[in-house]
Design a protein around this ligand. Structure first.
Ligand code: PEP
Length: 259
């Protein structure tokens, strides 16, 4: 596989800026030995906005290879948008990735597929990589409609995006019923939808674009299940919530190839 695996830890609204420094230092220590090669697995932490400057200071100061990003972004460049944070601001803080369209944003902030697509384009235009989230609710899964549901989200989010942008972007398939519940999709469930997403990218663009685009699985990923999930051919990494809040556990996930 030519796609470099990506392990991204979404901290959500956890960790103040001091706790963030400790967590990143702990993760760095856990990954500092000859067995771990950052060129073979990208490791990304996604803290709350208030922690990003502290994470930048410790990552740059200690020359760490851990990358970092943000959990959301405004579609506006600047101006009277109280509470919002622009892509340019995030880029200036050294963010490499921005999560867009997480199911918690879609649910609690009514984010539509069109808005998610707009955010993804703003992130790309600022020179960062969007991690575009998609995934079905339990009712959709019970009806067996997870594939058409997710593909409709993908169509909306990729609308108007060039093939080069899609190759840069990362898609994260996160079944909502598996997020923070301990209920992990089977590796076959993950493969079914991740494979369908790659197929859709091939239809919308071409085979080369589909082969280049990284697709992550997210939903109760832990060190005990990551290796099996990563063995699926269309799963290129994981978006990890709860298990990314402990340095040793997230490091084990990043070391999935050694498990
Ligand atoms: C997430 O929030 O993206 C997530 C996958 O959470 P968890 O790993 O806790 O299920």
């Amino acid at each position: 596989m030519t796609r470099t695996p990506l392990m991204a830890g979404n901290w959500k609204m956890n960790m103040d800026h001091l706790e963030a420094i400790h967590l990143v230092q702990g993760l760095h220590m856990e990954l500092s030995d000859a067995n771990f090669d950052y060129s073979k697995v990208e490791v990304v932490v996604v803290p709350p906005f208030t922690d990003i400057r502290s994470v930048q200071t410790v990552v740059e100061g200690d020359g760490m290879k851990i990358q970092y990003g943000a959990q959301d972004v405004s579609t506006h460049e600047s101006g009277a948008y109280t509470g919002e944070v622009s892509a340019t601001m995030l880029k200036k803080l050294g963010c490499a990735y921005v999560v867009v369209g997480h199911s918690e944003r879609r649910e609690y902030h009514s984010e539509s597929d069109a808005l998610v697509g707009e955010k993804a384009r703003v992130v790309l235009a600022a020179g960062m990589t969007p991690i575009i989230c998609c995934g079905e609710a339990l009712e959709v899964r019970k009806e067996g409609k997870q594939v058409p549901h997710v593909l409709a989200q993908i169509d909306g989010a990729l609308d108007g995006m060039s093939a080069d942008d899609v190759k840069t972007a990362v898609i994260a398939y996160e079944p909502i019923w598996a997020i923070g519940t301990g209920e992990v999709a089977t590796p076959e469930d993950a493969q079914e939808v991740c494979g369908a997403i790659r197929g859709r990218i091939a239809e919308l663009y071409d085979a080369e674009t589909a082969e280049a685009t990284r697709i992550l699985y997210g939903g109760s990923v832990k060190s005990s299940n990551v290796a099996e999930i990563m063995s699926q051919q269309d799963v290129d990494g994981a978006l990890v919530g709860g298990a990314s809040l402990k340095a040793d556990e997230f490091a084990k996930i990043a070391r999935f190839a050694e498990l």
